[in-house]
Design a protein around this ligand. Structure first.
Ligand code: AMP
Length: 308
């Protein structure tokens, strides 16, 4: 099974209470693909500038991620600058420079065409929609977005939501998208926009899955909550959401059928990958993991919530 992902591949400058890093490798598609690569094959569609070198390519190649769909264009790579000085659960954005993404025309390599799964990571919804339309035969489509696109690009985003099976967003984004502060009502309103499953991430407090199962018309609505691992030190929350999405969707793609039980386990694998992402700056931790570390932490999560 293979996932094709489109989204930002970027340089990030980040400030947290633990320190500051300039221009480290980041981007939603980067974190997503690194996390998902521990579960299934991953193929990336993105664009980078002339400032993107072999050192950055190597981070993907080391995890066997297919980067034939990462185009190199004249100009600079996407650049994001943010800080978490007041609140570790929410980034304060200082700079968003789309750079080469502003003129990006996504092209799907022939070798990506048989992907069964598609992930529309955080990027301009116009680009998300183009990739969705170019891959009509995929089995399952999931996606992500953020306040930046909800605020100023809502009509385009609503078009994307119509084509999604699963949406993953954080609680502030869900409330903003729905225009409703009650999370359950907001979830229902967002699901009416398209996705039959909605994962709402709550940062250090875990994530909630709202999920319709069964054939349309007689479907049952279910809710499931996965915790986040209580960590003694959070170094850098950047990429936690994308790493959650990579663990969640990567695990779903690795299973024969996306049953309700598989969705629940996927929520735990999402939390596992999110918990690793925050332990070092940028992609440092998530890029160097082993499958054993992932499985051990999954067991730790089980013990955290087991009753008897
Ligand atoms: P998160 O998982 O939400 O912490 O995502 C962090 C990543 O999102 C960073 O590596 C940024 O490069 C990327 N990012 C920030 N703003 C945007 C945006 N407007 N569009 C796409 N990606 C973004």
């Amino acid at each position: 099974m293979a996932i094709t992902v489109v989204g930002s591949v970027a340089y990030d400058s980040i400030e947290t209470p633990a320190g500051r890093r300039e221009r480290c490798l980041g981007g939603a598609a980067t974190y997503f693909s690194l996390a998902a690569s521990f579960f299934t094959d991953v193929r990336v569609i993105a664009v980078v500038g002339e400032d993107f070198g072999p050192e950055q390519d190597a981070v993907f190649q080391k995890r066997n991620i297919d980067i034939r769909g990462i185009e190199r264009a004249p100009g600079k790579s996407f650049f994001w600058e943010g800080s978490y000085l007041d609140n570790l659960n929410e980034a304060k954005t200082h700079t968003t420079d789309l750079n080469v993404f502003a003129l990006f025309e996504p092209k799907i390599p022939e070798s990506y065409r048989d992907s069964e799964f598609l992930f529309l990571a955080n990027i301009d919804p116009v680009l998300q929609r183009r990739v969705r339309e170019a891959m009509p035969d995929v089995k399952l489509v999931a996606g992500d977005t953020m306040n930046y696109w909800i605020k100023d690009h809502k009509p385009a985003l609503l078009e994307v939501l119509k084509g999604l099976d699963i949406l993953l967003i954080n609680d502030t984004e869900a409330r903003m998208l729905a225009g409703n502060n009650n999370l359950v009502q907001a979830a229902r309103a967002v699901m009416a926009m398209g996705p039959s499953s909605l994962v709402i991430k709550h940062g250090e407090y875990g994530a909630t899955l709202f999920h319709k199962t069964g054939p349309k018309g007689e479907s049952v609505e279910r809710t499931f909550k996965a915790p986040a691992l209580p960590l003694e030190e959070v170094v850098d929350p950047t990429g936690a959401g994308d790493s959650f999405a990579g663990g969640f969707f990567g695990y779903l793609a690795s299973q024969p059928e996306p049953t309700p039980a598989v969705y629940r386990r996927a929520m735990f694998y999402g939390s596992v990958m999110g918990s690793f992402a925050v332990q070092r700056f940028g992609t440092e931790r998530i890029a160097e993991l082993s499958r054993k570390e992932i499985d051990d932490r999954f067991t730790q999560f089980r013990e955290l919530t087991h009753l008897d």
